[in-house]
Design a protein around this ligand. Structure first.
Ligand SMILES: *Cc1c(COP(=O)(O)O)cnc(C)c1O
Length: 391
């Protein structure tokens, strides 16, 4: 994608000559898939985040799917997540034949609200309704959820936790790095080009649990094993493999892994750059009729997104501001349409009014350009357009 047009996108990858060289070197090597680079990428991400195991797959969607299956999510199970997320955080439960429900968001962080979670858990218990088997908190915009509180509720009510950290590689909650699984069973990252680092398409599931890692690794490749210890029958010979459960082809290629490994080197400076851009937005937009993102001293956001909420009574409402910015060549976006309002979720019985805070948030939210390669002059253009539109 060239940057030669005047359009400023809301997110964009950064590809260096080193990235290109790393991918080309793999292309000329013996292995395009299932070679040595994939395991190196897994180990590098796991080490950077403080996890024992990383399982690389071809998307975060696939990672969420194998994570659910590894935690035995299936027909009769129940998964809860945030309505303010991308479709994949909820769809993964449905791939497994499980039930899905949502927990409304906190109006300041826009993350799954731990008080709302407690209220919903207590109400379900009191009414004799099923409790969730798995809860999937989403670190929206890169800002970590209240993981200590959610983990404590998991202990009290007996659910497991998968963190959808698609926005949050490089973030920290207190002194815990997102990915170290201190408060969860599995953490999932996305490497889609709009995310913090990219493999074009790709994702990873991190865990401290060797058995979960083994199972996710197997599910990534048809549920096959070549390990005699896992086989039902005695091995027939060195060629022998067994499918011991139903899996998929969710493998990441060596080209993708090489790109990710090269990108990982720049993770820290990129997040620093995102913080400097956010500082400038915070300062320059403070006087406008906007609710700016919450920045907190007790956690470090990866700042995947910079979302502002347009105040009621502002000169332009969100829809009009969106149109004005797009006309001026600024690729603003909206994250997210509440998942429960999608036609395919309404078909399951969800309706407008079910999660009022996520719905109210959605009416006002607009994502401004935020990516490491965004230049100061381009950011100033965005700020000037916002000032002109809102004063
Ligand atoms: C991008 C994203 C996903 C899906 O990631 P893919 O790698 O595109 O499958 C899942 N959850 C959230 C919150 C995301 O932003």
């Amino acid at each position: 994608m060239s940057m030669s047009t005047a359009t400023i996108p809301y997110g964009h990858q950064s590809i260096s000559d080193d990235d290109v060289a790393a991918v080309v070197a793999v292309l000329r090597s013996d292995f395009l898939t299932q070679g040595p680079v994939g395991p190196r990428f897994e180990a590098a991400i796991a080490q950077a985040c403080g996890a024992a195991h990383g399982v690389a797959v071809n998307s975060a969607t696939a990672a969420l799917h194998v994570a659910c299956l590894a935690l035995d999510v299936g027909p009769g199970s129940l998964v809860w997540t945030s309505p303010n997320t991308f479709l994949a955080s909820a769809n993964c439960a449905r791939y497994c034949g499980a039930g899905i429900d949502f927990v409304d968001i906190d109006p300041h962080s826009h993350n799954l609200c731990p008080q709302a979670l407690r209220t919903k858990l207590e109400a379900a218990r009191a009414a004799g309704r099923p409790l969730p088997d798995v809860v999937i908190p989403v670190h929206f915009a890169g800002q970590p959820c209240e993981m200590a509180a959610i983990h404590a509720l998991g202990q009290e009510f007996g659910f497991r936790i998968i963190e959808d950290a698609s926005h949050a590689i490089g973030a920290r909650f207190g002194d815990s790095r997102i990915g170290d699984c201190r408060y969860s069973d599995i953490v999932v990252f996305s490497f889609h080009p709009v995310k913090i680092i990219t493999t074009a398409e790709g994702g990873m599931a991190l865990t401290q649990d060797a058995k979960l890692a083994r199972r996710m690794g197997r599910l990534r490749s048809h549920g096959m094993t070549r390990d005699p210890a896992e086989m039902v029958a005695p091995t027939h010979g060195a060629w022998y493999y067994e499918q011991i459960e139903l899996g998929f082809n969710y493998r990441m290629t060596e080209l993708q892994a090489a790109l990710g490994l090269s990108q990982l080197q720049r993770l820290e400076p990129w997040i620093e750059r995102r913080h400097r851009l956010a500082d400038t937005y915070d300062r320059e937009l403070a006087a406008l009729p906007l609710q700016l993102p919450q920045r907190r001293a007790d956690r470090f956001s990866a700042l995947h997104l910079y979302v502002v909420l347009v105040d009621d009574g502002a000169p332009l409402d969100r829809a009009a501001l969106f149109a004005r910015m797009r006309e001026a060549g600024v690729g603003v976006n909206v994250h997210y349409i509440p998942v429960h309002l999608q036609p395919d979720y309404r078909r399951l019985g969800f309706a407008a009014g079910d999660f009022p805070r996520a719905e109210a948030y959605y009416q006002r939210a607009i994502s401004l350009p935020m990516y490491a390669a965004l230049t100061d002059p381009d950011q100033q253009r965005v700020i000037n357009l916002l000032r002109a539109a809102l004063t």
